[in-house]
Design a protein around this ligand. Structure first.
Ligand SMILES: *Cc1c(COP(=O)(O)O)cnc(C)c1O
Length: 400
């Protein structure tokens, strides 16, 4: 071996926790002192803080990112007979929640450079496969299209101006799956906007590995409409209001006080972590370029870098594209570099959706990305030494 072995995990949360342990414990002590565990003061404090951070009028804490999506569909009464158009390349929850409320997920192929929903593909699907009937937009399978759900994959915003224009043209809702990109910004024609706040609702996840992670499951919905916010608050608590009176069916989608306290302690550090993730991404780019590897592998696209937005990307995932992906992955595993494949299958290829006939249109870019994509270690505290080791290990693979 040309260089000493080093173990590089995909993600390491230890350093972050040790730096914040005092602040987190102080917040937790307050929760235990009050013995108030559900819908108490910490939730309110966290909601106010994160609404300020996201510059959103309403923030509703919920039990997970999945439940954020589910509660949003329930609150908007999207269900049987409806369809939601989304990306074919995302975490399962994106499509799982559409199907769980009885609606049909319609998958659009991705832009091969960004891995995000292709806005050209979206337009082309609507223009060539849908029809209008009594002012409604009907999917190729007959359901009424109610919403577009862009997913800001890996920490990068979708092309929201284009998606917003399509939605306006056809009277559709926009529900953003913002689980992977909290804090990311988009240079909208209306000014700089934080992702999650450009549509009718934005859904976030605080799964521990996400850029802002709880110590368990947690999520959030943000919205501009007061009416939707009120409905979401009721929805997360069984559609209740007033007490023990239920005008519609919700669920138990509450964010508990322990998680809210931890998130409140971590939130002030999110911006700094995003900066550190971007610095790590810049360093990968320099190293891959310096070692002449940019022909063999494709680095992440940064379409909004020129816009001088600091948070043009928040690098939840550092994904490279490489044709011999599986062989490289095995090589890196032997070098003790942990990698991941997000995602090995398009959503349209999932067995559980076979009966929905989701595979009735070609989604070639999704299927190619599923074969070629590889996530490398990235987290705010990753050392330059570890990154040099990752890049050297990749260089070694191509030199053989
Ligand atoms: C993580 C994630 C979710 C679900 O969030 P959970 O908190 O794990 O339920 C939904 N969509 C995307 C794109 C995600 O990455």
């Amino acid at each position: 071996m040309l260089f000493p072995a080093m173990r590089v995990p995909l993600l390491d949360l230890n350093e972050q926790y040790h730096a914040l342990a005092g602040a987190i414990r102080a917040e937790l002590d307050q929760v235990f002192a009050t013995q108030y565990f559900i819908l108490g003061p910490k939730l309110g404090e966290f909601e106010e803080a994160i609404a300020g951070f996201l510059r959103s009028p309403h923030a509703i804490g919920v039990s997970s990112g999945t439940d954020a999506l589910l509660a949003t569909f329930m609150a908007l009464e999207i269900g049987p007979g409806d369809a939601v158009v989304t990306s074919s390349f995302s975490f399962f929850a994106t499509a799982g929640c559409i199907a769980r409320v009885g609606a049909k997920p319609i998958f659009i192929d991705i832009d091969p450079a960004t891995y995000n929903l292709s806005s050209a593909g979206l337009r082309s699907y609507i223009d060539n496969h849908c029809r209008k009937s009594e002012g409604r937009l009907l999917a190729h399978t007959g359901e009424m299209i109610r919403a577009i759900m862009p997913v800001h994959l890996f920490g990068l915003s979708c092309d929201m101006d284009e998606i917003g224009a399509v939605a306006r043209d056809h009277g559709l809702l926009v529900i953003e799956d913002a689980a992977q990109a909290i804090g990311a910004e988009y240079p909208s024609s209306a000014g700089v906007a934080k992702i999650g706040t450009m549509g009718d609702a934005g859904c976030f996840s605080f799964y521990p590995s996400k850029n802002l992670g709880a110590a368990g499951d947690a999520g959030l919905v943000v919205c501009r409409s007061e009416q939707l916010a009120t409905r979401l608050r009721a929805c997360r608590n069984h559609g209740m209001g007033p007490r023990y009176h239920h005008s519609f069916i919700g669920g138990n989608f509450r964010l508990d006080e322990i998680q809210a306290a931890i998130l409140k302690a971590k939130l002030p550090h999110l911006e700094g972590w995003a900066t550190a993730r971007r610095a790590a991404a810049d360093f990968y780019r320099e190293e891959f370029t310096r070692r002449g590897l940019t022909k063999q592998i494709t680095l992440p696209a940064e379409p909004f870098r020129q816009s001088a937005l600091p948070n043009h990307h928040v690098y939840y995932v550092y994904a490279i594209r490489v044709p011999r992906r599986d062989a490289l992955r095995e090589h890196l595993a032997r070098r003790e570099v942990e990698t991941a494949v997000y995602y090995p299958l398009g959503l349209h290829e999932q067995e559980c959706f076979a009966s929905l006939r989701c595979k009735d249109r070609d989604l070639p870019e999704t299927e190619r990305a599923a074969r070629e994509i590889l996530a490398l270690p990235i987290y705010p505290e990753i050392s330059r030494e570890a990154q040099v080791y990752v890049v050297s290990s990749i260089a070694e693979f191509f030199a053989r």
